[in-house]
Design a protein around this ligand. Structure first.
Ligand code: NAP
Length: 294
């Protein structure tokens, strides 16, 4: 069997087109969803990520309030800006680009964001609501994983999903979202991590494998069954002398070998990656709608 490749770029583009239509409808009612973006310092990866988010806002009909602050910004200055955005009715979502420079307290910054504007879904209030199955801002990358599965026609309900990785940003939330007694979820979920004795024992039983470990080849072809669906969240830069840049991006799974065994698989790049920004736009539009409804 050769797997069908899940085109994350196309799915993300579809979602952004739906959101563009939605923002056009909202505009007729005088509502323009706004995203406040805070970037501290000059980390090149963060800069290009923030630029991509700002471009996506413009294309989708969102207003973005961009704040690029020097690396010397103090914690008090950062918290003051978040406080200003919390009080600004034009801002429906606040994004603090991580990682922050070492001298800043990330947890305190994220806790300062009003949970009703926490479009990254990292505030404990939203994490708690998500776990309880209540309405919440869902974290963007895990929500993107669910959307990729659903929009590819994968039957998640009743499936056995093995998640490799238990970070607060990807592994734990995606596992939580998949086990909710809800549409597009209701799966039986196993979570593996570095403390798992025999990861292959679990992944071989999986109908769906979601890998977010941050290490190339964490899951290889001998670790999955025929017809498995594989969602690869990992992004790793590996040396490649054949490239002008001297490197290339790979995921966490042995893509070339697994694609001969799987029914569906996401590539890296072009799989989960483009979904994160699309779901950030989604959360911001939802926030504007909730705020307009009072
Ligand atoms: P992280 O915080 O480093 O967490 C990695 C998790 O994987 C940990 O729970 C770790 O276990 C587990 N792990 C590591 N090596 C393992 C192994 N060999 N076997 C089993 N479990 C293993 O990483 P993250 O933030 O979740 O990100 C994971 C990957 O996704 C990274 O490559 C990151 O760049 C990528 N990512 C992509 C997007 C996107 O595409 N938009 C967004 C976020 C992250 P322990 O808990 O036991 O240490």
């Amino acid at each position: 069997m050769t797997a069908k490749i899940i085109d994350g770029k196309q799915v993300a583009q579809d979602i952004r087109a739906e959101l563009k239509a939605e923002t056009a409808r909202l505009k007729e009612k005088g509502i323009v969803p706004g995203l406040g973006v805070i970037l501290v310092g000059e980390d090149p990866a963060s800069q290009s990520y923030v630029t991509a988010k700002e471009r996506a806002c413009a294309e989708t009909g969102l207003y973005s309030d961009d704040n690029r602050l020097p690396a010397t910004t103090s914690q008090a200055e950062l918290l003051a800006l978040i406080g200003k955005m919390n009080a600004d009715p034009k801002i429906n979502g606040i994004l603090v680009q991580l990682p922050l420079p070492k001298h800043l307290n990330e947890a305190e910054a994220l806790m300062t964001i009003d949970p009703s504007k926490d479009v990254d879904g990292f505030h404990p209030v939203n994490v708690g609501r998500m776990v309880l199955g209540e309405k919440a801002f869902l974290p963007c990358t895990p929500h993107g994983v669910i959307q990729l599965l659903t929009r590819s026609g994968v039957q998640v309900g009743g499936a056995h999903v093995v998640v490799v990785g238990r970070s607060n940003i990807v592994g734990k939330p995606v596992a939580n979202m998949l086990l909710q007694k809800k549409e597009n979820a209701n799966a039986t979920v196993t979570i593996c991590h570095t403390g798992t004795a025999d990861i292959a024992y679990h992944t071989r039983q999986a109908d769906i494998v979601v890998v977010a470990a941050g290490r190339p080849n964490t899951v290889t072809a001998d670790m999955v069954k025929d017809g498995v669906v594989v969602i690869d969240v990992g992004v790793n830069r590996v040396e490649d002398a054949s490239r002008k840049s001297g490197c290339r991006l790979v995921g966490d799974v042995d893509f070339e070998a697994i694609k001969e065994k799987a029914s569906l698989i996401t590539p890296v790049p072009g799989g989960v990656g483009p979904m994160t920004i699309a779901m950030l736009m989604y959360n911001t539009v939802e926030s504007a709608k909730t705020s307009a409804a009072g």
